[in-house]
Design a binder for this molecule. Structure first.
Ligand code: CDP
Ligand code: MG
Length: 708
């Protein structure tokens, strides 16, 4: 797939980057060592330039130069930029691959990709034989997949015979990072050489605000406050662009609307201190934004216009925007963390760490002195902000990663070389879940089902449901649902209250088409209705549905179907027959994957989860089951949102009989036993002993459940 690019960058631009002076030495350093750590301030040119230098020096003759990024937007925009600099069509010599979007071809020599994509490639080809150089970029971000790749590559190279097996020439590994944790990284990679690119940073003056104090750690009014501060900067400070750090798409859209409204009222003859400033250009920047809009971010604003970019954390290190002189820092970030209150991963808005705040401030000092306006108090900084951000591996579910490791024959997932070891209970939790999904057996070995599951870039529960559907021959019910759950929210929520009512009405009507009692079925129905419509984009507009999101869902569905068709050709693909009501089929398949997310009505509108945590949850107001009283005793849900309450979203009612046999699985495994299995091979005798004991325990649990 090729994508046309129009704008041509100025050739000499890249020669002014700090990395340029070190070109020859840097290429030599890659040549000379197996592992190389390259560090330098963000914006020094590591991501965009080094791959080009290696290409120029002939490294691509033996294979591709692959560069990983933790964020998909970074992979895409950087590839675009490099394609422009190399004057080629994106997808030819320079391409990118992110989950569900492959823009590469046979000619691709420089490939940007997400770390998740490279991890999948390692599964298919552990020697990475297509590559001459692999660059792990943004390692300081400490994303889960990058951390795992680091461990895997370290593993390979600690064993020279492994490192050359299946390869015609040795692989070079470059690890790139901002200037944090350099010593620790080098030590981890067997004291590999470090190439530090000296960069110049200008001073940034930081001021604290008075709006967000220690008591506001959960408040949402920071959106209004950042808008106010950004506009104060616009009217009160000298020319120079503004970068605002916010939390996520909806907050950013809200802030941009609000800022736009207020900026309309500025009278540039009187209100603005710097008379050369004649207007404000407001640009949002978040992960799921359309790519043409993303490109605008990097272009200089027209003369007299001040640019204000309102971004997620993506602008902290992954992307560098030139011309930024002022930072407005909300002090918060949206982050996926394991929430022990509900026992699963949830997206939460949390205070950033002090080191993150410093990184954000630093973005104002790239080309001249800058200013950073923090909307929070100094007390908030002292009391609410941790020193460092906890790496993702220590705060999220490891289920998918542990399965990947096991499929790569890393049997002992506890003693794997982690840069920062996750708590053992997280590893045990992952093993337990995999066992519950039948992806591993009691010896911790990957099952046939596990081998199939690892092929899907989806949450293991969703994959399990999809595979169950496929074994029953009803994949057409589950593929669209899986696709719809893999793209951004498809329902438009307009800001204006009247429009909001109109959208709600349309959405309710769509839910009613399937009986109004199953959010998964609504997703399926929206997918099918739109697909069969003559004018799908008009249909979406009419029904307040994001056409862009649906278009990606169509493409994701096709890709998932391709994976499934490939797997179904295997002789051992499971086949089952189903006796019973056809209309139950979708919900029963969902139960197979989501039995870990079952809840039972407790009192009134409160449900209680059945996974041993017994969390009290509410149905989210956006669900078609919200406020439904009748006949709703058991439900399964897709995910959880924690605000002042714990909400479950995308819900459907089920019958107890469907999960009766599955629920005991939630309690049957003794995680410590699984861990000893993970650590060493156990004898058959031990396993039998253990199984007998477990079976007895299970019998007890089931009878206890019956009584309830
Ligand atoms: O990786 P590192 O942070 O060291 O720097 P980089 O991402 O290679 O950025 C080098 C320069 O390219 C910066 O001045 C960016 O503003 C610019 N750039 C751009 O204009 N458009 C992009 N899509 C990416 C980078
Ligand atoms: Mg970079």
């Amino acid at each position: 797939m090729f994508k046309k690019t129009s704008w041509k960058p100025n050739d000499s631009e890249s020669k002014h980057l700090p990395i340029y002076r070190h070109k020859t030495k840097l290429v030599q350093a890659v040549e000379d060592s197996t592992f190389l750590l390259v560090t330098g301030e963000t914006g020094s040119g590591k991501t965009t330039q080094l791959p080009q230098y290696l290409h120029e020096a002939g490294f691509c003759k033996n294979g591709k130069v692959g560069i990983t990024q933790p964020r998909r937007v970074a992979a895409i925009t950087v590839a675009q930029r490099v394609a422009q600099e190399m004057k080629c069509t994106l997808g030819r010599e320079v391409g990118y691959q992110v989950r569900f979007d492959d823009c590469t071809s046979q000619d691709t020599a420089v490939k940007y990709m997400t770390d998740g994509c490279l991890l999948r490639e390692v599964l298919a080809d552990p020697a990475l034989s297509q590559y001459s150089v692999v660059i792990l970029d943004e390692v300081h971000e400490r994303s889960l997949n990058t951390d795992i790749l680091l461990g895997l590559l370290k593993n390979i190279f600690s064993n020279p015979s492994k490192a050359t097996r299946g390869r015609a020439f040795p692989l070079k590994v470059v690890v790139m990072s901002a200037t944090m944790e350099t010593d620790k990284l080098s030590a981890f990679l067997s004291s590999c050489p470090v190439f530090a690119i000296p960069g110049r940073v200008f001073p940034v003056t930081c001021t604290f605000g008075s709006a967000v104090g220690p008591k506001d750690a959960e408040s949402t009014f920071y959106v209004k406050e950042v808008v106010k501060v950004a506009l104060d900067v616009h009217t009160g400070e000298k020319a120079g662009d503004i970068l605002v750090f916010l939390t996520g798409q909806s907050e950013i859209e809200r802030a941009c609307d609000l800022m736009f409204e207020k900026a309309e009222c500025i009278d540039y003859r009187y209100d603005v201190r710097d008379r050369t400033v004649e207007g404000l250009l407001i640009l949002p920047l978040y992960g799921s934004m359309p790519t043409d809009q993303q490109r605008q971010i990097f272009q200089p604003p027209p003369p007299g216009i001040r640019k204000c970019v309102v971004a997620t954390n993506i602008a902290a290190t992954s992307l560098t925007i030139n011309g930024i002189k002022y930072i407005v820092d909300s002090g918060f970030v949206k982050q996926l963390s394991h929430n022990s209150r509900v026992g699963m991963d949830v997206l939460e808005v949390v205070p950033i760490s002090k080191s993150e705040a410093q990184q954000r401030a630093g973005r104002a000092g790239r080309t001249s002195a800058g200013k950073c306006f923090r909307i929070y108090t100094e007390e908030f900084w002292e009391k609410c902000m941790p020193e460092y951000t906890v790496p993702e591996i220590q705060r999220t579910s490891l289920t998918a990663v542990v399965l990947t490791l096991k499929c790569l024959s890393v049997h002992d997932v506890i003693r794997f070389p982690y840069l920062d070891r996750p708590e053992e209970r997280f590893i045990l939790e992952a093993l337990k879940q995999l066992y519950q999904f039948d992806a591993i057996d009691r010896r911790g070995g990957v099952t046939k089902l596990g081998e199939l599951m690892v092929e899907f870039p989806l949450h293991p529960g969703l994959t399990r449901a999809l595979l169950r559907a496929a074994s029953l021959g009803c994949q057409d019910l589950l593929l669209p649902v899986a696709a719809m759950l893999s793209v951004e929210n498809i329902f438009i929520r307009p800001g204006h209250p009247d429009k909001q009512k109109e959208a709600d009405k349309k959405h309710r009507a769509l839910a009613a088409k399937t009986g109004g009692m199953n959010d998964f079925a609504t997703l399926l129905s929206v997918f099918q209705l739109c697909k069969s419509s003559d004018r799908p984009s008009a249909w979406c507009k009419d029904n307040w549905i994001h056409w862009r999101a649906l278009k990606s869902a169509f493409s994701v569905e096709t890709q998932l179907r391709e994976i499934l068709v490939r797997l179904q050709q295997r002789k051992d693909f499971p086949v089952e027959t189903f006796v019973g009501n056809k209309s139950e089929l979708l919900r029963r398949c969902l139960c197979t994957g989501y039995f870990t997310n079952v809840a039972r009505r407790s009192v009134g509108k409160v449900f209680c989860t059945m996974d041993g945590h017994g969390s009290m949850v509410h149905i989210h107001p956006a669900s078609s089951l919200f406020d439904q009283e009748a006949d709703l005793n058991w439900i399964v849900f897709h995910d959880v949102l924690v605000t002042s309450r714990v909400y479950v979203r995308t819900v459907c009612p089920i019958r107890y009989e469907w999960v009766k046999d599955l629920l005991p699985k939630l309690h049957e495994v003794d995680v410590y036993e699984l861990s000893s299995v993970a650590r060493e091979e156990v004898t058959d005798e031990e396993v039998t002993k253990w199984e007998t004991r477990e079976a007895a325990k299970r019998q007890q649990e089931v009878s206890a459940e019956d009584v309830r």
